[in-house]
Design a protein around this ligand. Structure first.
Ligand code: NAP
Length: 289
C-alpha cells in the first residue's frame, strides 16, 4: 500500500484531507502531522519524520497563512513558506517521494483583467505572497518532481475562514460593509482536497505549477451576498472600496486564475463556486459549526 504523509494536518485543508482519507483506506495509508510533531523549518526533524513514515507522497497543507501579520513577522513567514518548503522538497527528492505543495493566487499583483496562466509573470505585493512565491521556487529548484497547486480564497466547514466569519458577523451585526472591488475565485477546501487526491490517484508523473480553484471569479461583496442568501440571513450588506477597508497587507485587485492546465493534464474539472459554497453552508447548518 502506498503511504501518504500529510503535513499541516490540523489546518483547514488538513482537516478536509482527514475527512476524505477514509474513502481511500484500501489504497493509501495516511499519516497526518501537526507542527508539534513536524516543524518543517527544522531540516533534521523533516529527515527523521520521513525516515519513520517513508512516504511515497507528501502533501504539504502547512503554511504561515496570516496575510496581515506576515507584514511584520517577515522572518516567520519566510521560514515556513519558503525555507520549510525547500526542506520538504529536498527530503522528498532524497527519499523518492512526490511532493504536492499548495501555493496561492497572491503570488500575482492583480493588475490585469485577464485570468493568470501558470507561467505568467509573478509579482507579489505583500510579504505573504512573496514568501509563498519563494517557496514555489525553492520547491522546484530542490526537486523538479513537485506538483504545486495555486489556490485562492479557501474556505470550508473547518477552522477560521471568510465564510465562517461572515456567518458569525451575520448573527451579531445589523449591517456590514464588504469590499466590492477585489476579484478572486472562492474555493471550497474540500474540492482542493479532492483535486489533490485525484492527482495522486491518477498515477501520472506530470509536475510543475497548476492552478486550482472554484470558478468563475467574484468579489468579496458578491461572495458575502451568496453566503447571506444560502444561510437565510436578513443582514444588510453594503459594497465598500479597498480604500474604505485598509489592511496592513495589500491584496491583489484581480487575481483570477486560468484553470485550463489542470483540466487538460489531469482531467480535473473545477466546480462552480456557488454550488461548492451551498454544500459548505448546508454542512455548517447540519453541524452547527
Ligand atoms: N486560506 C486561504 O484563503 C488560502 C488561499 C490561498 C492559498 N492558501 C494556501 O492553502 C494552504 C492551506 O491553507 P489553510 O487555510 O488550510 O491553512 P491553515 O488553516 O492556516 O493551516 C496551516 C497549518 O500549517 C501548520 N503550520 C504552520 N507552521 C508550521 C510549521 N513550521 N511546520 C509545520 N506545520 C506548520 C499549522 O499547524 P498547527 O495547527 O499544527 O500548528 C496549521 O494547522 C496553504 O499553503 C495556504 O498558503 C490558503
Amino acid at each position: 500500500m502506498k503511504r501518504i504523509l500529510v503535513i499541516g494536518g490540523n489546518g483547514q485543508l488538513g482537516h478536509c484531507l482527514q475527512k476524505l482519507a477514509p474513502k481511500y483506506h484500501d489504497l493509501y495509508d495516511f499519516n497526518f502531522t501537526g507542527s508539534s510533531v513536524l516543524d518543517i523549518t527544522d531540516y533534521k526533524q523533516v529527515d527523521l519524520v520521513f525516515a519513520e513514515y517513508q512516504p511515497d507522497f507528501v502533501i504539504n497543507a502547512s503554511a504561515y497563512t496570516a496575510v496581515d501579520l506576515a507584514e511584520t513577522e517577515v522572518e516567520n513567514a519566510f521560514a515556513v513558506n519558503a525555507e520549510g518548503v525547500g526542506n520538504l522538497a529536498s527530503v522528498c527528492k532524497d527519499n523518492n517521494a512526490i511532493l504536492i505543495h499548495v501555493s496561492t493566487d497572491y503570488v500575482f499583483d492583480g493588475e490585469t483583467n485577464l485570468n493568470y496562466a501558470e507561467d505568467d509573470f509573478t509579482n507579489p505585493i505583500g510579504v505573504y505572497g512573496t514568501s509563498k512565491r519563494k517557496g514555489e521556487e525553492l520547491a522546484l529548484d530542490n526537486n523538479p518532481e513537485t506538483v504545486i497547486l495555486r489556490t485562492s480564497w479557501l474556505y470550508s466547514e473547518f477552522n477560521k475562514n471568510f465564510v465562517k466569519t461572515m456567518l458569525h458577523l451575520f448573527e451579531v451585526k445589523d449591517q456590514l460593509g464588504i469590499v466590492g472591488d477585489q476579484f478572486g475565485q472562492p474555493t471550497n477546501a474540500n474540492d482542493l482536497a479532492e483535486a489533490i487526491m485525484d492527482i495522486i490517484d491518477s498515477g501520472k508523473k506530470v509536475f510543475g505549477i497548476y492552478h486550482f480553484s472554484n470558478y468563475p471569479e467574484t468579489t468579496w461583496f458578491d461572495f458575502a451576498n451568496k453566503i447571506k442568501e444560502f444561510s437565510g440571513s436578513e443582514i444588510k450588506l453594503k459594497s465598500i472600496t479597498t480604500e474604505e477597508f485598509p489592511t496592513p497587507a495589500k491584496r491583489p485587485k484581480r487575481s483570477t486564475m486560468s484553470l485550463d492546465k489542470i483540466e487538460n493534464d489531469y482531467n480535473i474539472e473545477p466546480k462552480h463556486w456557488e454550488k461548492s459554497l451551498r454544500d459548505c453552508i448546508e454542512i455548517l447548518k447540519l453541524t452547527n459549526a
